[in-house]
Ligand binder design. Sequence first.
Ligand code: SF4
Ligand code: SF4
Length: 207
Amino acid sequence: MEKMDILTYLLKNNGYSKWECVSIDKVKSMSGDMLDLYSKNDVHEKQKSSIAGSITAIERLSGTPKKYTSVLIVALPRGTGDARSIGGINVKNALEEVGFAAKLYTSLPIKRLAVLSGLAEYGKNNVTSVRGIGSWVQYTVFLTDMPFNDSNWREKPVMATECEDCNICMEACPKGAITKERFLFYREKCKGCNTECYWSCPLNIRS
Ligand code: SF4
Ligand code: SF4
């Protein structure tokens, strides 16, 4: 069996059927998208500091060993326990078992990467969802040398088509943090609620 077939088998056997592996160069190119976001006038200072941290993490990729040529992002369905740490170990073991390099890399802007890689889409509520899993999902990212495929890469983030005619989360939000006009929600307004925008969203379970 080919290495990729074995890896696919090992990942699926652990319940991980959704991932994208993109070139490290594509991930490095995310700094342009993040700089555009940073320079928007209506982005709150708190968001700016988290965006600046993400830009630094992307820039650090230039200093990683040359053996890492790709970035794997795996969607881990949340279940019992800590999906990220359990999934992280399982996925790392699977990569190494078939002879690929594997280094957990957690500091990238993970949701943005999930969307740009083609794995996920944003909802109006700023939550991402993956087809076949929904939004009850956690992502884990690895530097690796497994073969990449950039054909699903997006230069800009996209919103789920289900959001086009839906305002459920906007109406559920008691703080006015979600609006029609803005792709980003207003992080500074988001507080003091039981994540109504999340629980009311039909993308929780997505086929
Ligand atoms: S509630 Fe509707 S508009 Fe909001 S994220 Fe979910 S699908 Fe999109
Ligand atoms: S978590 Fe609550 S306050 Fe924040 S955007 Fe969602 S509904 Fe609004």
